[in-house]
Design a protein around this ligand. Sequence first.
Ligand code: NDP
Length: 457
Amino acid sequence: MSTTNVHADAFVFFGASGDLARKQIFPALHAMVAAGELDVPVVGVAHSGWTVDDLRDRAKESCLENGMKDDADLKKLLKLLDYVDGDYKDAGTFDALKKALKGASRPTHYLAIPPSLFGTVIDGLRGTGLHKDARVIVEKPFGRDLASAGKLDELVDRAFPEDAIFRIDHYLGKDEIMNLLYFRFANSIFEPVWNRDHIDHIEITVAEDFGVQGRGAFYESAGALRDVVENHIFQVVALLGMEPPSYQGYEAVQQAKESVFRAMRPLAREDLVRGQFDGYKDEEGVAADSDVETFAAVRLYIDSWRWSGVPWLLRTGKKLAVTAGEVVVFFKRPPQVLFEDAEADKTPNYLRFRLSPISEIALAARVKTPGQEFTGTQQEFVLHTESPLERAPYERLLSDAMKGDKALFTSRGSVEAAWRVVNDVLTDHAAALPYAPGTWGPKAADALAADWGGWRE
Ligand code: NDP
């Protein structure tokens, strides 16, 4: 799965003073140093009027906040750090960056900035030739809809060829998500039943029991459909729904996934239920009359030979009953049930992948209770259970980008095809329905799943 390439000789991150840098980038850089995977100049760029010492203070603060130690690796990271202060609109910022790079000729540039600034930064890089032989990492969201994603691609294309563009969906760097791919294709037992003949429906839940955590202004421009369904959840659907890749390697996996996105039926108004938790409108940065959804439930179909007629029930939301991620693959019931108790209990067999807070794979099947009677219960057999790995997704993804390994990044075709699926319902939808915090969203979402036994709680 690796497309080993030349290692980058510098790491530049735009957005050095931002929220993402604080929460994810500094801890990832620290972990990369500790793993021996980062030993090149690291330059942060922002316009906060900072000096390099301010950047180092922020880096230290961020690493300690995230449970890392004030150890030799942190000291080494602080030494590698440099800082360029300046507006992205100002060509002088990029001249200063060139100087700070001290002759590095294959930098990796990470655009950890709002997408509205991508064009400005890319033009600045081109203006100083810093795009040549460089790679670029682009943060999600890749646009807000089909048209803006196309424009974003045009912007990035101005300076970088497709093989130098790394689109991050950090979900793909999570171990439990990679395990979906591994579990499917490292085993042979499930493949014969992995289709419309044996699978009744598939349910995917990504629930958070917390709210927008001070990021109300950002959330107002996103909403649950854009922020989670169209990217993270669709990536999970693609991994579970794809055909076996025809050869080993990044392109084969990307092509197989892209075919799933292309076969997804564009959502219609009745396939979506939107909700908004009570109190959302009181959050800072949120409009008093906001209709932005903090909950989305979707019924999706993949019109392919393998999946025709099988509904994929997807839901995500904030301030729900729990924080958890789970996939449940429900199998069809036996055509003829010989035993009365099994006939009465309509629960189908299922395979369950718990994605968070722990990683778990379990299979549920009916077994007989000891005794004279032919009665039994459905029992869950846990095949695998593990705590989340300490190797966080950003560490893995940034390391991979530095190495030129694209296996865990998203292709342009997949991004475009995914937007095509949701594009109509981004604007053509019913109003967001209110729901009480701590619940499973608005009651109307139940109707989407009613024909398949309702959502699993
Ligand atoms: P922030 O708004 O917190 O940070 C933006 C950064 O860009 C700041 O460092 C800011 O510098 C800098 N900046 C803005 N305008 C200019 C300018 N004209 N010239 C120079 N620097 C400028 O954004 P986030 O860190 O939250 O997000 C960054 C990207 O990551 C976005 O695309 C977001 O969607 C994505 N993302 C964020 C996540 C998160 O948890 N935060 C999660 C997943 C993706 P200054 O401080 O000096 O203004």
